[in-house]
Design a protein around this ligand. Sequence first.
Ligand code: ASP
Length: 470
Amino acid sequence: MTLVVKFGGTSVGSAAAMRETADLILQSQADWGQVVVVASGMGSKPVKVTDLLLQGAHTAAAGDTETYLMVAEQLRQIHFEAIDGLLEPEGERQQVLAENGRFIDRFTALCQAVNVLGELSPRALDAISGMGEQMSIRILAAYLRQIGHPAEAIDATELVVTDGHFQNASPLFEQTEAKTGARIRPLLAQGVIPIVTGFIGATASGATTTLGRGGSDFSAAIFGQVLAADEVWIWTDVDGVMSADPRLVSGARSIPTLSYREVSELAFYGARVLHPKTMRPCVENGIPLRIKNTFNPSHPGTVIVPDSAAENGGVKAVTAIKNLSLITVEGKGMLGVPGIAARTFGAVARSQVSVLLITQASSEQSICFAAPSDATNAVIRSLEETFEEELKAQDIDSIWALPDVSIVTVVGAGMRGTPGIAGRVFTALGQHGVNIIAIAQGSSECSISLVVAGEETGTAVSHIHSLITA
Ligand code: ASP
């Protein structure tokens, strides 16, 4: 059996964290037989190595000749401290110090070049920002070897072939499968644990690319697919996906099973879960993806599965997105006129704003949608330009925004075909005096979204949540 496990920045953020991570890796190997490790760059709050690398690069490009040198010092300190804390002087310590040192020297040289040129290309940014992973895996692999377990650090530039979309590259699966299989399978067969960089890949011609911020989760899912793994585990610092934001609801709990569609709704509506793109390689290949807590390893966490096996029991979670406004375009002259909606959303798109929820009354006399508060003025301006004629002719009476609202979303694929859920939600809110300003439910019936006043967000979320856990 093959398990792909991904460890984020905190799990490799210090010597102590790496020791615990090594224990989890060995436990996985004992349980599953073959384990492939994907790791992020070191990152204990508040300092994340990737952020430092980016800061160095950006300041260098802006003409600052000092910050990147200070960053290099900080990088040296963070990595060398971990190496000294983990590796014995008579073992590989010197070698790993030298390897990490070379990356830091390369970082400094690249920043210097960027500084001289006064220009930072996406390609240079990827070469720089992926170094955190390249350093951390070398430390972790050496530590595993020191405690007697064969392990090899591998840069994903050797495995993941991507397009040339620097900063947000997409994998080319066929080539990635061929390269990864050829490099990783022989190691697994010999009992060697591959410790692979998350986040990075390379174009066919060998230029380093990155898969977007937070891309290590995606890396794990890619390896899950190309190695036909039995499961992919993402280790984080929470017990999986929670039924509500614990800061809003004290009774929030971890959800044992979620379907891909449910997680996608949750991600869209503000929950801190995996990005849907991240999960696709697993979901499309029927590979369960599990989110586990490093601080509570025996907790089963949340497993994300492709199909309806998870659709038991109706509502699964409640989320909220705050700081929105509800923008309305209304007028009696809109009735039955084709193209108003298209022009409305065309105008919104031109202001580069993503719409989070849309409703239209059947009288066709108004369309309203939610957009982030800070984009409200730009959207209204764009709508006023688009509908200048209609406003003059009073076919459209007004375009206006209701500020400071939130979208509260109830998610659960089991709501499909289960009557009465919307009724229970509305009753709960009515009983607690929460006014519902607008409602939307997609035909997938996987979520119901309600717009409420910003100040009522907490009340709405907690009353809906108590209803679903009852
Ligand atoms: N280190 C990268 C980042 O901070 C990728 C990751 O950690 O997932 O974005």
